[in-house]
Ligand binder design. Sequence first.
Ligand SMILES: CCCC(=O)SCCNC(=O)CCNC(=O)[C@H](O)C(C)(C)COP(=O)(O)OP(=O)(O)OC[C@H]1O[C@@H](n2cnc3c(N)ncnc32)[C@H](O)[C@@H]1OP(=O)(O)O
Length: 253
Amino acid sequence: MKTVLLEQSNDGITWIRLNREERRNAINIEMMEELDAALSAAEEDESRIVVITGVGQKAFCGGGDLSVFHKLKTEAEAKEMLLKMGTILERLFFFPKVTVAALNGTAVGGGCEIASACDLRIAAPHAKIGFVQGAQGITTGWGGGTLLTERLTQLAAMEMLMTARVYHSEEARELGFLQDVIVEDSFQEGVKNWMAPYLKQNKGVLSAYKARLIDRFDRQMIHNRMNNEINECARLWETDDHHEAVQRFLEKR
Ligand SMILES: CCCC(=O)SCCNC(=O)CCNC(=O)[C@H](O)C(C)(C)COP(=O)(O)OP(=O)(O)OC[C@H]1O[C@@H](n2cnc3c(N)ncnc32)[C@H](O)[C@@H]1OP(=O)(O)O
C-alpha cells in the first residue's frame, strides 16, 4: 500500500494513516481501494481499536481529490465515484471494532465524512473542520451527511452541513462533533493516552459494546438514506455551480 499506511501495533491499536501529505491527504480512487484493504486487515487482526489519521501535521484529509475528480462531469460519472466511497464509509460506520478519527490537522469536505463514519472523533488544537461541500454547490456525497445526523444532535448537524462553515477544534468540540481536543505536543502520544481507558478493557468487552451500538441503527434505513444522499449529490455535481467552484479552486493553485 502506498496512499494508505497500515500499522498493526501490539498495544491493541491498529493505525490507518492517509498518506498523500503533499495533497493534504485528499482522497483519490487508489486511496479508496487501499483504505478498504486496510479496513479488511484491521478487521482480521488482534487490535481492539482502529484509529484513522493523516500523515503530517497539516491535514487529516482535504476531501476528494479535486485535481482528479474535476474530470467527472456527468451525474452518472460522479455517482460511480461517490458510491465507491459511500460503500466504504457504510462499512466503516458498521465496523465491528471501535473506530476513532484522530484529526491531526484540517478535515474538510469528504475528510469530515470519513470522520463522521468513525465512532469517536478527537483532534489537534490547530485542526480546522468543515463540511465545505455546500460552498461548492454540492452536498455531502459519500453518505457522511447521513452519518453525521446519527452522531450529533439534529440542530448541530444541520448547522454544520447547511452553513458549510469551517470551525476551529474547540468550536467543533462544543458542537459535539469532537469528543475532545488533544493538547499534548506529540499528537500520537496524546491519542494513545486518550484511548488508554478504553484499552484497559479486553477485546470481548469492547466488541460487545460496539455490537450494541450498531444494534441501535436500522441498517437498511441508513443504507437507503446514504443512497439518497449519493444520488442527490450526483445530481448537483453536474451543475455549472459545482464545476465553476471547483475550477476556482484549481485556478488558485
Ligand atoms: C468529492 C467528495 C466531496 C468533497 O470532498 S468536496 C470538498 C473537496 N475539498 C475541498 O474543497 C478542499 C480543498 N482544499 C483546501 O481548501 C485547502 O487545500 C486545505 C485542505 C484547507 C488545506 O489548506 P493549506 O494547508 O493552506 O494547503 P494548500 O491549499 O496550499 O494545499 C496544499 C496542496 O494540496 C492540494 N490540495 C489540497 N486539497 C486538495 C483537494 N481536495 N484536492 C486536490 N488537491 C488538494 C492543493 O491544491 C495544494 O497543491 P499545490 O501544492 O498547489 O500543488
